[in-house]
Design a protein around this ligand. Structure first.
Ligand SMILES: O=C(O)c1cc(=O)[nH]c(=O)n1[C@@H]1O[C@H](COP(=O)(O)O)[C@@H](O)[C@H]1O
Length: 232
């Protein structure tokens, strides 16, 4: 079986039972799965291990951001769980990212380690309010370059920045893009949104999609429609 879908469904459910209901209706060939803060806080590593055991590529999205020693140790535990990918915040800095990379090398782990640049819920005015006086695009490029030179496999960014990052950082750098909204869908709390088709055209490696699938009246049909939209 080939787990080659570019869609990572964000399992942003408040109970293991509701997440499991979705998981039972799909298969590892149709999508990868992301476990984030809400579900992990609720259901913990056991739920994650269950997904790994069923053959899913799991993105454990806990966005580690702490001192280098703490992050490296948490990344090591994530790798031991057998997840496919996990993330740290690029703004944790070079030493934090390098130490996380080193711990994976010491254990011969091939888990993908990626760094969040500027959250897709941020617009330029949100950056200004936290003291960053540039456009999201500039800040994403700065943090993505730092992430690449600190040994990260890729970054999380908006697909709005994907084209520029592909040009600057090359074809093999993994670009994971949330903030995906089919045309005419509600943006919710997201600010830098792109449609599935445009995200792929811009060079995204993987699309993270939550509410447009999980809150659809027919989540599986919506996932299938997105898979076919981006494979044509
Ligand atoms: O790291 C992430 O996955 C992430 C980074 C980011 O910049 N923006 C972002 O939305 N996400 C996650 O991607 C998912 C997006 O969900 P929807 O907005 O419902 O599609 C959520 O689980 C977020 O936690």
């Amino acid at each position: 079986m080939n787990n080659d879908s570019k869609v990572i469904v964000a399992l942003d459910y408040n109970s293991a039972a509701s997440a499991q209901k979705f998981v039972d209706s799909v298969s590892p060939e149709l999508c990868k799965l992301k476990v984030g803060k809400e579900l992990f806080t609720q259901s913990g590593p056991e739920f994650v291990s269950g997904l790994v055991g069923r053959g899913y590529d799991v993105f454990l999205d806990l966005k580690y951001h702490d001192i280098p020693n703490t992050v490296a140790k948490a990344v090591r535990v994530a790798a031991d769980m057998g997840v496919w990918m996990t993330d740290v915040h690029a703004s944790g800095g070079r030493r934090m990212m390098e130490d996380a990379r080193e711990v994976l090398e010491q254990t011969n782990s091939n888990m993908l380690l990626i760094a969040v640049t500027v959250l897709t819920s941020f617009a330029e005015e949100d950056l200004a309010e936290i003291g960053i006086q540039c456009s999201p695009e500039e800040q994403v490029l700065r943090l993505a370059s730092l992430a690449q030179s600190s040994g990260m496999d890729g970054v999380v960014c908006s697909a709005m920045e994907a084209q520029g990052l592909r040009r600057a950082l090359g074809e093999t750098f993994t670009l994971v893009t949330p903030g995906i909204r089919p045309a005419a869908a509600a943006g919710d709390d997201q600010r830098r949104v792109v449609t599935p088709t445009d995200a792929i055209a811009n060079g995204s490696s993987y699309l993270v999609i939550g509410r447009p699938i999980t809150q659809a009246s027919d989540p599986v049909a919506t996932l299938l429609a997105i898979n076919s939209e981006i494979s044509t």
